[in-house]
Design a protein around this ligand. Structure first.
Ligand code: PAF
Length: 284
């Protein structure tokens, strides 16, 4: 696997792959790679001939400078993971390469409605930072398809809407969340958990499943379910940020007639802010 740090070198490598008739798959990441990222690479291999990953800890999407500073940077381990999964090219740009005119002078992409509420409420500006960097990365890599984990459900919804609204000519592929044995969704932020917290963290998955079971009985008391979920998480030592039932596509608060739902949770446990979700299809 080749690692390139400049846009010029990236364009040269991708152009050569495209000239050879290859379909280019792209896995954007912020590094500290784990199995959850690797299954994105695997899926990219299934659907494409040339797989590009990127590692860029994007300052624009951090609203807390301490959070940005402590975000794990593990380049050589990450490169080894990508080599093990036969990734063809790694794009590893610097902040100057991504934002040559400075972050404040960078044109921004903002995606309305789906960016608002949920993580958008507790992390102001976060999704503008994500949509800006992802649209830049798409324009730099020019992939035929890009792969994102469904754990970051709101992020995936923002990227799908951005791609559609801005007529970007690529496929966005959502990949099922990779979980630990206790149901904990894999995330770079799990590194902030102690061993005890890591086993405790499986309660998020349990609480989500309790709400899904209740929804499947036909009961529409959305507020009661999510309130109970929050109370249960507090009893288990979490500090819930939100526990909500939304329409699966628009992410608007769910109504009694909606059939495509998603149940979403964000909660603090120790130093880690954990997020997770489950899709529910009530028409099935
Ligand atoms: O999900 C992430 O790792 C990041 O938000 C992304 C999509 C790579 C943009 O920086």
């Amino acid at each position: 696997m080749k690692t390139v740090e400049t846009l010029a070198a990236l364009r040269q490598a991708v152009s050569a792959a495209k000239a050879a008739g290859k379909r280019v798959g792209f896995v954007p990441t912020m590094g500290n790679l784990h199995e959850g990222h690797m299954i994105l690479v695997d899926q990219a291999h299934r659907e494409c001939d040339f797989v590009v990953a990127s590692i860029f800890v994007n300052p624009l999407q951090f609203n807390d400078i301490d959070d940005l500073g402590r975000y794990p940077r593990t380049l050589s381990d990450d490169q080894q993971h990508l080599i093990n999964r036969d990734c063809h090219l790694l794009f590893y740009p610097s902040v100057d390469e991504m934002y040559p005119d400075g972050q404040d002078n960078q044109s921004k992409v903002a995606v309305p409605v789906v960016s608002e509420g949920l993580c958008g409420a507790s992390r102001p500006g976060h999704f503008d930072g994500v949509s800006t960097v992802v649209s830049k990365l798409f324009n730099m890599v020019m992939p035929d398809a890009a792969f994102f984990g469904e754990k970051d459900y709101q992020q995936l919804a923002v990227i799908r809407k951005m791609t559609k609204d801005l007529n970007m000519a690529l496929d966005i592929v959502g990949v099922t969340t990779c979980r630990e044995a206790n149901g904990l969704a894999m995330s770079s932020r799990n590194n902030y958990l102690s061993a005890a917290e890591r086993s405790q963290a499986g309660h998020i998955w349990q609480e989500l499943n309790l709400v899904v079971d209740a929804l499947k009985t036909g009961n529409k008391n959305f507020f009661d379910f999510t309130q109970q979920g929050k109370i249960n998480l507090i009893k288990q030592g979490f500090e819930p940020d939100y526990f909500e039932i939304r329409h699966a596509h628009s992410l608007k608060p769910a109504t009694a007639s909606d059939q495509q739902l998603v149940v979403l949770v964000a909660a603090l446990l120790g130093k880690a802010r954990l997020i997770d979700n489950i899709r529910v299809d009530l028409s099935a």
